[in-house]
Design a protein around this ligand. Structure first.
Ligand SMILES: [Zn+2]
Length: 371
């Protein structure tokens, strides 16, 4: 039965209130099954029945079933290299509270990190007044196993085969699911942001590294069952600088926070307007050219309808977007020139934790798993 609940909940999430007749048609469930499912959802408090607007027609209008966004909540966590962001959201990914903290690499053990995350989730519950959470979704800096329980390998943190979901479950008492952190951001855009009703959404995120995540037909793209879209490790020069992956001349070896800060003559932590500052230097043109080259390859291989930019790219000057909008289309197949859209993330600096929350909602609510 869980699957049927999930089907109905996803229709209500994506289309808004609907009558039972329309829900039955959309979900292809029999009237009997649908009545049973909606009765359980009403009893659970996830949906309500309401009078539709004045119909003006004859007879009693059909009652509409509406999702109650604040019926349940989840926690979303983004683990980046040296930074953790957290949020608690409702069923539509709207944040109720947020927090963040930095951690030292490589000195912070995974045990210490999960303890801190568990403490912060408790604090967020208190701040937001949310008593119960359906579960926790964690965006992590590397590909995850098919069961979404372990981080397979994270170059920037040095973690390998780390069973983070179980570790965090023991500390929080909550169910936990993992996803590659930029894939999680792509999921958030596909569910609650610019990528709704878009077939293929590619998210590109620049902070300490350059990551990407792809959602196709609503599902994170996981080549080989656990892969990631390694845009940052497209090799653009065989004799380029050493990359964190051990190869030479990857896009990320040229376009990452540390290298871009060095171009600004600084070694400190990167400011929010990093790319605004870089725009005024001689490094800007080659950076744009390398990004454009790599994105052209990604578009030809992955055919995204929409590319969403986050992290420093979300805060990039308008000139970056006008450059890409002018120079990318001529380099890809004619049909892609018509389709492709390039946008900043709709979640600003919160794309990571809202991504975690979107993954948790998919797993613990919109799958129907909890009913
Ligand atoms: Zn690399």
């Amino acid at each position: 039965m869980g699957l049927h609940h999930g089907q109905v909940l996803r229709i209500l999430r994506d289309e808004g209130p609907n009558s039972r007749a329309i829900l039955a048609r959309r979900s292809k469930l029999s009237a009997t099954t649908l009545t049973h499912v909606t009765a359980q959802l009403l009893a659970d408090g996830s949906v309500v029945e309401e009078e539709p607007g004045a119909s003006g027609g004859l007879g009693r209008p059909a009652l509409a079933i509406r999702l109650l966004p604040d019926a349940h909540h989840v926690a979303g966590v983004h683990i980046g290299a040296g930074l953790v962001q957290l949020t608690v959201t409702n069923l539509l990914g709207s944040p109720k509270a947020a927090a963040s903290f930095e951690y030292g690499l490589p000195n912070t053990s995974p045990e210490a990190l999960t303890t801190r995350i568990a403490d912060e989730i408790e604090r967020l519950k208190a701040v937001s007044g949310v008593e119960d959470l359906l579960g926790v979704g964690v965006g992590v800096p590397g590909p995850v196993d098919a069961g979404q329980r372990s981080i397979l390998a994270s170059i920037n943190t040095g973690w390998r085969n780390l069973p983070l979901a179980g570790m965090l479950e023991r500390r929080t008492g909550l169910s936990v699911v993992l996803e590659h952190n930029v894939s999680a951001m792509a999921v958030a855009e596909a569910r609650f942001g610019l990528g709704r009703n878009v077939a293929a959404v590619l998210f590109v995120y620049l902070r300490s590294g350059l990551g990407a995540g792809l959602v196709v037909d609503g599902m994170p793209f996981r080549p080989g069952g656990h892969g990631a879209v390694e845009l940052g490790h497209i090799q653009i020069s065989q004799d380029g600088p050493l990359c964190s992956c051990g190869n030479h001349g990857c896009l990320e070896s040229y376009v990452n926070e540390r290298v871009l800060m060095r171009s600004l003559g600084s070694e400190g932590s990167a400011p929010a307007d990093l790319l605004m500052q870089l725009e005024r230097t001689a490094s800007w043109k080659p950076t744009l050219a390398r990004l454009t080259d790599s994105l052209a390859i990604a578009i030809s291989l992955l055919t995204p309808d929409l590319i969403v930019f986050g992290g420093h790219l979300g805060d990039a000057p308008d000139s970056l977007f006008s450059h890409l909008r002018e120079h990318l289309p001529p380099r890809v197949m004619p049909h892609m020139r018509e389709i492709l859209r390039l946008e900043r993330t709709s979640f600003g600096s919160q794309s990571g934790p809202i991504g975690g929350a979107a993954v948790a909602l998919d797993h613990f609510f919109y799958s129907g798993a909890r009913l």
